[in-house]
Design a protein around this ligand. Structure first.
Ligand code: EPS
Length: 383
């Protein structure tokens, strides 16, 4: 089974990802992986740390002559700002960060032990693992694209049918990774004003997946439902507080006839991932009963403003219990654009995991044969 783990402290020597279960024969594209790491470091609103770091993936195992060989793939991203033992203690927990809850959990008054692992720096490792998964997805024409649709009170209007290439093109021309060029300047202004007020802002990101076959995930076991798995993958990204699939929370206020995506059939579209089954809408976000239906998968996630505030917030000293302001640690003002990159890559990993659950084998040749046999049988269903 495809799986991964991450390790590393924000100011330790390195961040690491260990990916297991990749079939052999997958061409690993270092430019793709490092491109995603670079995008994650960027976006308007990033702080001083990102001027120090130059994230680059060193692939230490599992790849020979540019292709996976079936063994675990270890990826290391060196931290330039590595000073874990010298980093000062932090006794005044920041509301919203893991500082207080983690210090209680691990019985310490020095939040440093907790915040080093809770830090969003960990998402560099998740991004690298997801980008590796994209090397597999690319073999099957599956595209994953993440972008920003809200910063604070400024919301974007992104047409539903742009398609992944155009979405990525528009997004990549934007400092806030938003495909709606008409609001980018306003988003930047919201971040700038918040920073001037020693405050910060959150936002909303969207991830779309295109080209995946029907039948990924399962309704047989609740653990295998793909929507639930995607929600966990995205909801576990630092500072994410809500995840929706398709029309999400808005379905609650509409009638069923206006929510469900009516089905028709068009034989001329049999080669598409939907196998010719046509929907006029995609409110379900590409997943019904925990299983892909071939329509694009659409996931939205809300990110809270990050919990390090230049102005501080009311807090207490964990040693004396006296009232104080929370500590300020060097931080970003807004990392919503970075979160869109992380979300894109963790989603890519979950899609690859579900793909290999259905079509997995030791080699890419096995996987392709299983995929093609399934697609052929599914197209011929009922004949
Ligand atoms: C973070 C605090 C900042 C961010 C960090 C997340 O780090 P530092 O304290 O070193 O300035 O820059 O994010 C990253 C390092 C990253 O790579 O995304 C936090 O407390 O969560």
């Amino acid at each position: 089974m495809l799986d991964y783990r991450t390790a590393g402290e924000s100011h330790g020597p390195a961040m690491m990802a260990l990916v297991e279960g990749m079939p052999s024969g997958v061409a690993v594209d270092p430019a793709l992986i490092n491109g995603e790491l670079r995008r994650r470091q960027g976006g308007y609103g990033r702080g001083g740390r990102m001027k120090i770091e130059r994230d680059e993936a060193a692939v230490l195992s599992g790849v020979r002559q540019g292709r996976t060989i079936g063994s675990p793939v270890a990826i290391q991203i060196v931290n330039r700002d590595s000073r874990l033992d010298e980093a000062p203690p932090l006794h005044h927990p920041r509301p919203g960060h893991a500082d207080l809850a983690g210090s209680l959990k691990w019985l310490t008054t020095d939040c440093r032990n907790v915040l080093e692992r809770a830090s969003a720096r960990e998402t560099a490792a998740r991004t690298a693992a997801g980008a590796l998964a994209k090397c597999l997805l690319g073999e099957f024409g599956i595209e994953v694209v993440g972008y920003v649709v809200r910063i604070g009170e400024v919301a974007a209007d992104v047409p539903a049918d742009l398609g992944p290439a155009e979405l990525a093109r528009r997004r990549d021309g934007s400092e806030v990774y938003c495909p709606d060029g008409s609001v980018a300047a306003a988003m930047i202004e919201v971040i700038r004003i918040a920073a001037a007020d020693k405050d910060n802002v959150g936002g909303v990101v969207v991830v779309e997946v295109h080209g995946q076959p029907p039948g990924l995930g399962s309704c047989a076991r609740w653990q295998d439902k793909l929507d639930g798995r995607l929600m966990q993958a995205v909801g576990s990204i630092q500072a994410i507080k809500g995840v929706e699939i398709g029309a999400g929370f808005s379905v609650a206020e509409r009638r069923g006839s206006a929510v469900h995506d009516a089905i028709s059939y068009d034989a001329s579209k049999r080669q598409a991932p939907t196998l010719g089954f046509v929907r006029r809408s995609n409110n379900t976000g590409g997943i019904e009963g925990g299983i892909t239906n071939g329509q694009p998968i659409v996931i939205r996630a809300a990110m809270k403003p990050i919990s390090t505030l230049l102005q501080g917030m009311d807090s207490v000293d964990l040693g004396t219990k006296q009232a104080t302001r929370s500590d300020y640690e060097r931080s970003d003002i807004c990392s919503v654009p970075a979160a869109s990159v992380v979300a894109e890559n963790v989603v890519a990993f979950e899609i690859a995991r579900a793909f290999l659950e259905k079509f997995g084998g030791d080699t890419l040749v096995d996987v392709r044969a299983a995929y093609e046999a399934f697609m052929q049988a599914a197209r011929a269903l009922g004949e």
